[in-house]
Design a protein around this ligand. Structure first.
Ligand SMILES: [Zn+2]
Length: 99
């Protein structure tokens, strides 16, 4: 009987370890911004709660723009604005419109 209890406890421990590893991996994947690793998380971030972490991620994001020529999405800060339309590069800004 003690052997059975030992195996049940072992299975529970393994499941808890795997779940915590998965949660850490998912948090790491969501924390990675396209521009690479951001500033290091402060030590007190965990105690502040998950909402604060999400707010920080949202603050680092940048609005995207769509090129009127090729349709690619790129950071709006790099947009070449000609005639009220956004382009990914000066070359596309000076090409005639596709339609
Ligand atoms: Zn383009």
């Amino acid at each position: 009987m003690t052997r059975l209890l030992f195996w049940i406890a072992l299975v529970i421990l393994v499941v808890m370890a795997v779940r915590s590893k998965l949660r850490a991996a998912m948090a790491r994947a969501q924390g990675q911004a396209p521009q690479g690793r951001g500033p290091a998380q402060p030590a007190g971030a965990g105690s502040a709660g998950g909402a604060g972490t999400w707010q920080r991620v949202e603050d680092r994001s940048e609005p995207m723009a769509c090129c009127a020529q090729c349709g690619i999405y790129f950071p709006a800060s790099e947009a070449v604005r000609v005639g009220g339309r956004d382009f990914c590069s000066t070359a596309h800004a000076h090409q005639p419109a596709p339609r």
